[in-house]
Write a protein that binds this ligand. Structure first.
Ligand SMILES: *Cc1c(COP(=O)(O)O)cnc(C)c1O
Length: 361
């Protein structure tokens, strides 16, 4: 008999698990809603799906039995055109989640620390803990802007990485470039997570050419509708990129993901039109939410709207939507009380959400 507790790394027993979202078939089964009636607004996924060209190309592709290119040459060349930076700046990952993990593996030794600015994406503290690092939380201000002064003050000799999300998840606001420049002055590695860049049009990517300690992460999950294929990329200084290339899993961009990215970039005009549609719908959802007295939506530059719910009714609201087959995120943490987060869907999804919310009101 093995004592499993003694075998696993100390700390993992007490570690809190990441709170993931579930796919449609699982939601359908668990909540008894037929799949075609599930309105999934909890994962910031693209309700229009991927480009139809992707599906055709995946069907045509003939080399699924062959390992993909460990150097990602074709992938990086195609990406270079889209990003506007040289191939030597770019490395793909199995989702930007993998790159968050890789970056931390590159810089952290047990006992080192990472600065996190909550409320924000939960993957940073999760990956930090797995690497044996310590998360130092510097709370965002009331308007969800980062407190760059407080972050700088918190930097010490063990601080290895600072995470900034722009636009932020769940609040949707962008981080001012001057704040990022301010943080870069510390000399600590600053990771700017731009998973929602295509919905904001605001980026600090060009700054990577002048700042070796700046890393920008992007994703194909949200705007390009490829969340299920797991593909993202990072923009790194060419002095840093070879280290990531060295420590990554050799075949981390799988063949299907590579095909999907190449086709998406060929069909870029159509994908941009979908993004514009979602941006317009974001405006419409924001207006409609603002009309409900018990809700306070926060302005967003992502494909998601965070809403503060008055009268302690956030959980009730979340449950009422769930009963109607509408799945969103609910937050009740010390840094985010009585809030819900709604991903931008199609117009009919907005209508269904508003109809149910009116009943709650
Ligand atoms: C969704 C999300 C990611 C993860 O993207 P993948 O490419 O699907 O791994 C990363 N960062 C933020 C802020 C996100 O919201």
């Amino acid at each position: 008999m093995f004592d499993v507790e003694k075998l696993v790394r100390p700390g993992f027993a007490a570690m809190r698990a990441y709170t993931p979202i579930r796919p449609v078939d699982i939601l359908s089964e668990r909540f008894g809603v037929p799949e075609e009636r599930v309105i999934k607004l909890d994962g910031n996924e693209n309700p229009y799906g991927c480009s139809p060209c992707v599906k055709e190309a995946l069907q045509r592709y003939a080399h699924y039995h062959i390992y993909p290119d460990p150097e990602q040459k074709v992938f990086r060349a195609a990406l270079a055109g889209y990003v506007g930076m040289g191939e030597d700046y770019l490395i793909g990952g199995a989702g930007s989640d993998e790159l968050i993990d890789l970056v931390l593996r590159l810089f952290l030794e047990p006992g080192d620390s990472v600065i996190n600015c909550p409320p924000t994406f939960g993957m940073y503290p999760f990956c930090t803990e797995i690497c044996g690092g310590k998360t130092v939380d510097i709370r965002r201000r009331g308007d969800f802007s980062i407190d760059a002064g407080a972050v700088k003050k918190a930097v010490d000799s063990r601080t290895k990485v600072i995470f900034v999300t722009s636009p932020n998840n769940p609040s949707g606001n962008i981080t001012a470039e001057k704040d990022i420049l301010d943080l870069l002055e510390t000399g600590v590695v600053v990771v700017v997570d731009e998973a929602y860049y295509e919905f904001s049009g605001v980026t600090v990517a060009p700054l990577v050419a002048r700042h070796d300690n700046l890393i920008v992460l992007r994703s194909f999950s949200k705007w390009a509708g490829l969340a299920g294929l797991r593909v993202g990329y990072g923009i790194f200084s060419p002095r840093l990129a070879p280290y990531l290339m060295k420590i990554k899993q050799p075949y981390n961009i799988n063949a299907a993901a590579q095909v999907a990215v190449l086709e998406s970039l060929k069909d870029i005009e159509n994908l941009r039109a979908v993004v514009r549609k979602l941006i317009a719908e974001r405006g419409r959802l924001f207006e409609k939410l603002s009309e409900l007295a018990f809700l306070k939506p926060y302005p967003s530059q992502a494909n998601v709207i965070l809403c503060s719910v008055s009268g302690g009714r956030a959980h009730k609201t979340y449950e009422a939507l769930q009963k109607a087959g509408i799945f969103i995120r609910y937050f009740d943490t010390p840094v985010l009380k009585d809030c819900i987060r709604i991903s931008i869907g199609k117009p009919e999804h907005t209508d269904a959400v508003i109809e149910t919310l009116k009943k709650v009101e």
